[in-house]
Design a protein around this ligand. Structure first.
Ligand code: ZN
Length: 506
């Protein structure tokens, strides 16, 4: 009996590894499309990717797989949920259920509608014409409601959508933490806006040659522990990180010669994602014990290296001399203090993707609150721009002059991504809570950064998070490591401690 069950488990593992070969091939084709592919290759590439996607979907929903997983779920192999076998069975069963609950007609309709949604959105944003986008957005919201109903939920409909990106997380919990964060963050941001201190931002807008940025960025990424023998850095329009094999992690960036932070902190961010992917157990590649936990945990890794490490004073105590050499024209007359203040500039702004690490969360909270109202049918699509502007007034003290710079700025809703936004702020929250613990466990991390020692932190993250794969949910993982559930305090404490002295707040 036990032998038979072990044989079924091995069959499932082999099946998953083969599916992963198709998936990683698709990833590689998509990486190529966004980096080096000649423009005229697009049409055939779309066919290749669609064909592979079809094969992959068939494999994920194959009834044979469902039968094997049902057998295993009832076997003693599934009894210990955090073991390698228990984790594999639980997570594969979860994915199988999710993928087979959605009727094919709904999946097809959503794909068709979100392609049209994105095309309509591009034009509507360009023309500042929300009315042109509203009808298709209304249809997308209605279909996402159907999707949520098909997937099922216990407490509220938004749970079903959130669960796709942050498995097992609950809306009520995210609402509790983000509301507490909002209430503490709003007065902090307001006090900063009223401060008479401001950094000299022009120093970041001098000329920073792309080649020097690339060399300097690579040096920093390698120093913090991104392994270039198992990865690459290339140029793209919309930076991303992708994993195309157990020892093959590709990060990307774009260089703006007149604004230093965009590529440099972008590289640290993507390297943070990459370090997570490189730290997943290679022997379980394609299986749940070798996969990342959730988007929120993935984002916590990128945000930690980008912000808690990369924007710290100690990081620049180590790197500033090298930066002065690499960008001697731009930084010749700039002091470390001036540079440190400039890269930590905080101010209420309209555009999420350009926001600093403090106000960024308010942008997310606004979207999280509005998309819940939309999906619960408490807010009509036509009333969305007014509701958006009202929240920007309330939380950030500013009002978008146009819908293009307001409710039309993000691609997410047009692409059917509802329930995705909160994972960005979960990433910031997890990052701060985990970093505080790492600092406690390892002892004075910032002083190590000043000496150029970043590997102790990477090794700590590897052991505590990366090596765990999907053995625990994100919430369990954070509670196991820090001894308490997710809390907004570590993030707000970190922001106050850093920004208070810069802006002369009490
Ligand atoms: Zn990210």
């Amino acid at each position: 009996m036990a032998d038979a069950q072990n044989a079924v488990l091995e069959q499932v593992r082999q099946y998953a590894r083969e599916t992963a070969m198709l998936e990683s091939t698709q990833q590689l084709l998509e990486w190529d499309e966004r980096t080096y592919m000649p423009p005229e290759a697009g049409e055939y590439r779309a066919e290749q990717v669609a064909y592979l996607a079809g094969l992959i979907h068939q494999r994920h929903t194959d009834p044979r797989l469902g039968e094997w997983l049902t057998q295993l779920a009832e076997s003693p192999l599934a009894a210990e949920p955090h073991s390698e076998a228990g984790c594999t069975i639980r997570q594969m069963r979860r994915e199988y259920d999710k993928k087979t609950k959605l009727p094919e007609s709904l999946v097809k309709e959503l794909t068709r509608l979100t392609v049209r949604g994105q095309q309509t959105w591009v034009v509507a944003r360009k023309n500042n014409d929300f009315a042109a986008f509203a009808p298709v957005l209304g249809q997308i919201v209605a279909l996402k409601r159907q999707e949520a109903e098909a997937l099922g939920y216990e407490d509220c409909i938004y749970d079903a959508l959130l669960d796709t990106y942050e498995p097992d997380e609950k809306t009520a919990n995210v609402r509790r933490v983000l509301a507490a964060l909002r209430d503490d963050l709003t007065p902090l941001v307001q006090a900063i806006a009223e401060s008479d201190r401001a950094p000299k931002l022009d120093i970041l807008k001098r000329i920073y040659p792309a080649a020097a940025q690339e060399a300097f960025g690579k040096e920093a990424a390698a120093r913090i522990g991104f392994e270039f023998p198992a990865g690459r850095l290339d140029v793209t329009h919309h930076p991303f990180c992708t994993n195309v094999g157990p020892r093959d992690t590709r990060i990307t960036t774009r260089y703006d010669e007149r604004f230093f932070p965009s590529a440099f902190f972008g590289i640290l961010h993507e390297a943070g994602h990459g370090i997570y992917d490189q730290g997943l157990p290679a022997e379980h590649y394609g299986l749940p014990p070798g996969k990342y936990v959730s988007l929120g945990i993935h984002e916590s890794q990128s945000r930690m290296w980008e912000n808690l490490v990369g924007r710290s004073r100690e990081f620049w105590e180590f790197f500033f001399p090298a930066a002065k050499k690499a960008f001697s024209h731009a930084l010749d007359d700039v002091s470390l203090n001036e540079f440190y203040f400039a890269i930590n500039d905080v101010r209420p702004s309209l555009i999420r993707v350009e926001a600093d690490e403090a106000t960024y969360n308010l942008h997310i909270i606004i979207r999280f609150e509005l998309e819940q109202e939309l999906i619960e049918d408490r807010l009509r699509v036509n009333d969305l721009p007014a509701a958006w502007n009202e929240k920007y007034r309330q939380y950030l003290g500013i009002e978008p002059p146009t819908d293009a710079d307001g409710v039309l700025q993000d691609v997410h809703w047009s692409a059917g991504l509802i329930g995705y936004f909160p994972t960005y702020s979960l990433g910031n929250l997890y990052a701060a809570q985990l970093f505080r613990q790492a600092d406690e466990d390892l002892g004075n991390l910032p002083q190590r950064f000043a000496l150029g020692q970043f590997l102790p932190l990477r090794e700590w993250l590897r052991e505590k998070i990366h090596a765990q794969g999907q053995r625990y949910t994100a919430a369990q993982l954070v509670e196991n490591i820090t001894g308490r559930p997710l809390d907004h305090k570590p993030l707000i404490d970190y922001l106050r401690k850093k920004l208070g002295p810069l802006y002369g707040l009490d």
